[in-house]
Design a protein around this ligand. Structure first.
Ligand code: IFM
Length: 452
């Protein structure tokens, strides 16, 4: 029996699914796409599990129509995807690649034809390698490159797309890419980390302006992680490390972008990188807060790490997903309320989901009961947050499909749909049927007088 279906008290609430370009598209050398920093990173031995790459991924570039049919069957109202910057601008700037732009025309048109609103994210970590070769995000001009790219996207698709996100999880792409060295471009360099942090914030502000100028009626946000940060132990060093992780992970980007300041204790570290009026350029009015949440994270002191903290472990006995991530729905409720209070913007949950190591059972099914339990509990927590005043307007599951899970390659599966990579066959998991039924049940709910 499926768990009882929680109710969310707002008509017009968007139920959706999310993906990203490098994780699903494949076709990395097709139709003029240029290489991204992830194409390069995947080719460095030891960086990605099993030597996996995004070369083929889910072959979504060719199978997008089939994937949209799956979304239609789910009944989602929104689909959040990202544009691969090197597909539309192989050099990162300069001459656009018409064949690459045309792919997103086809995708967007097919989504609209299926009654699904496209939510377009400009950057989900696949920086053009050509720009990386000129310094990438460590270069202050990256804000101009990004604004030009945003303007191109706005002009091309703004007649059909109104929902735009500038960046997805900038705290992860910077900390893991320039701090821990796990993600592309694989650096461990404090100066590069702080520089890229500020330049991505500048790029966000410049892109907001570019999109506003290019798209009438644009609804613009950025997508940030929000997760409670906890010390691995009660030691003072671990507690201080955790405070810094929290400031970086949860606030260095949204505080700068929405409140116009860097949070303590990051502020003093960021000061050398700021030029006059920079924060005014970063803090451009936006329409919504995109929030990604999976579970609490842990820190421990590590004097050898660039910011003095390392990834910690959750205590023994913690409830965990099959890939070891801490499960605590009440923390999700608290984060939604905290974000509401801190920023006062409508919130769209742009990622929440359950990672597992899965294989088809003897009958060819994926009976992912634990994912269903996770999703039901987290949607229940969202409902509690709404009841307590959080203005949450949408919820997007990560992810529609199993896909390339960065450094873990294809080991970890987050999809509602299982992808059999050798054949590219899509197999609906039990959670797919559960979410479809959940969305149908929401649509059947009578509207109460308290609803808008
Ligand atoms: O797959 C990622 C996604 O790209 C960003 N947020 C977390 C997901 C699961 O790790």
């Amino acid at each position: 029996m499926p768990p009882s279906l929680p109710a969310v008290p707002r008509r017009g609430f968007v139920w959706g699914v999310s993906t990203s370009s490098y994780q699903i598209e494949g076709a990395v050398e097709e139709d003029g796409r240029g290489p991204s920093i992830w194409d390069t990173h995947c080719r460095i031995p030891g960086r990605v599990a099993n030597g996996d790459t995004g070369d083929i991924a889910c072959d979504h570039y060719h199978r997008y129509a089939e994937d949209i049919a799956l979304m239609r069957e789910l009944g989602v109202g929104g689909y959040r995807f990202s544009v691969a910057w090197p597909r539309v601008l192989p050099q990162g700037r300069g001459k656009p690649n018409e064949a690459g732009l045309a792919f997103y025309d086809r995708l967007i048109d097919a989504l609209l034809g299926a009654g699904i609103e496209p939510w377009l994210c400009l950057y989900h970590w696949d920086l053009p390698q050509a720009l990386e070769d000129q310094g990438g995000w460590t270069c202050r001009d990256s804000a101009i490159w990004f604004a030009d790219y945003a303007a191109l996207i706005g002009r091309r698709y703004g007649d059909r797309v109104k929902r735009f996100a500038t960046f997805n999880e900038p705290a992860v792409s910077t900390l893991f890419g320039y701090g821990f060295g796990w993600n592309a471009p694989g650096l461990r360099d404090l100066d590069a980390l702080l520089r890229t942090t500020h330049h991505i914030n500048l790029a966000h502000g410049a892109a907001v302006d570019a999109l506003r100028a290019a798209v009438s009626g644009a609804s613009i946000g950025a997508i940030h992680n929000r997760q409670p940060c906890r010390p691995e132990s009660g030691s003072r060093a671990d507690r201080e490390a955790t405070a810094l992780l929290d400031a970086y992970w949860n606030r260095a980007f949204p505080d700068a972008q929405i409140l116009g300041c860097y949070p303590d204790p990051m502020a003093e570290r960021m000061a050398p990188y700021l030029q006059s009026s920079d924060l005014a350029r970063v803090q451009r009015p936006i329409d919504w807060f995109g929030l990604n949440h999976y579970g609490p994270i842990y820190a421990k002191a590590d004097p050898s790490a660039v910011l003095g903290f390392a990834w910690g472990s959750a205590p023994n006995g913690t409830l965990r997903s099959e890939i070891g991530w801490h499960i605590e729905p009440a923390a999700f409720e608290r984060e939604l309320l905290a974000v509401q209070q801190a920023y006062g913007l409508p919130i769209y949950v742009m990622e929440n989901g359950y990672g597992a190591r899965e294989a088809l059972d003897a009958s060819g099914r994926i009976p992912d009961r634990k994912r269903i339990d996770y999703l039901a509990a987290y949607i229940g927590a969202l409902q509690q947050a709404v009841a307590k005043g959080a203005d949450v307007r949408g919820y997007f599951i990560w992810s529609l499909l199993d896909n390339f899970e960065w450094g873990n390659g294809y080991n970890d599966r987050f999809g509602l749909v299982y992808v059999d990579y050798p054949t590219q066959r899509r197999i609906r998991k039990d959670s797919f049927h559960w979410y479809a039924e959940f969305i149908r049940a929401q649509a059947r709910r009578p509207q109460s007088s308290a609803e808008p």
